[in-house]
Design a protein around this ligand. Structure first.
Ligand SMILES: Cc1cc2nc3c(=O)[nH]c(=O)nc-3n(C[C@H](O)[C@H](O)[C@H](O)COP(=O)(O)O)c2cc1C
Length: 218
């Protein structure tokens, strides 16, 4: 590969500012406010987020998934429990989420622990999906090596046959994870690389689980 550099690929960040005064004292509310603005601004895939997990050797792995629900307990996405990420989460529940919305010069980092959602919650979401997505979830062995595209189509057709006259069953190996956060960071790009960064850290003592807020140097 020829040597390349990307030094000229730069721009100024100047969409707006983030001040301590306008920051909500509740990081979940701050998240919803920014997500609402991302949706209003017609960001493509505003709910797409990177999820990073770590395997037993300490190697991190990142991939994009779609945020499907959020409330004051945490952030939910749906996937295959026997995928690579599912194995990593079973071994180590620590994980990090990342949203980046370039049109708003914003990044949100969220860290915490992942837990499986209840079977009921997974089923509720599964049955709300288009039938083809249900069949795809039921037929895929996510993260495993397959001989070719033909295998994917055959497995899909097989599930179509099995569920021809019935609802597609939510497979045992498919469902949600909820990330319960202990740290959030809201990053607003600013001119001259003097970005605004505010971090929320959850108190760890039994008597104090309140969120503390600090501004970080960019
Ligand atoms: C925009 C986008 C959305 C995605 N959404 C999901 C999702 O919600 N759930 C999921 O399991 N994989 C989703 N994927 C695929 C994952 O990035 C990844 O390929 C898959 O989950 C397997 O990851 P793993 O082998 O590390 O377990 C999405 C990929 C992209 C690019």
């Amino acid at each position: 590969m020829s040597n390349r550099d990307y030094h000229q690929e730069r721009r100024e960040y100047q969409y707006t500012e983030l001040t301590r005064d306008e920051l909500s004292s509740d990081p979940f509310l701050q998240f919803s406010k920014w997500m609402d603005q991302a949706i209003e601004n017609k960001i493509i895939d505003p709910t797409a987020m990177s999820v990073s997990t770590v395997d037993l050797s300490g190697q991190p792995h990142s991939r994009i998934v779609l945020l499907k629900e959020s409330d004051s307990n945490g952030f939910v996405f749906y996937t295959h429990y026997d995928s690579d990420k599912g194995q990593q989460i079973a071994d180590n529940a620590n994980a990090a989420l990342l949203f980046y919305w370039p049109q708003l010069d914003r990044q949100i980092r969220i860290e915490g622990q992942l837990e499986k959602t209840s079977k009921q919650q997974s089923e509720n979401y599964f049955h709300s999906r288009p039938r083809e997505s249900q069949l795809a979830a039921a037929s895929s062995v996510q993260s495993r090596v397959v001989p070719g595209r033909k295998t994917l189509n055959q497995n899909f057709a097989l599930k179509e046959q099995i569920f021809e006259h019935t609802d597609v069953e939510c497979p045992e190996h498919w469902g949600g994870y909820i990330l319960k956060p202990n740290r959030f960071e809201f990053w607003q790009g600013r001119p001259n690389r003097l970005h605004d960064r505010f971090v929320f850290t959850k108190g760890t003592s039994k008597n104090n689980q309140a969120w503390s807020i600090d501004r970080l140097a960019p």
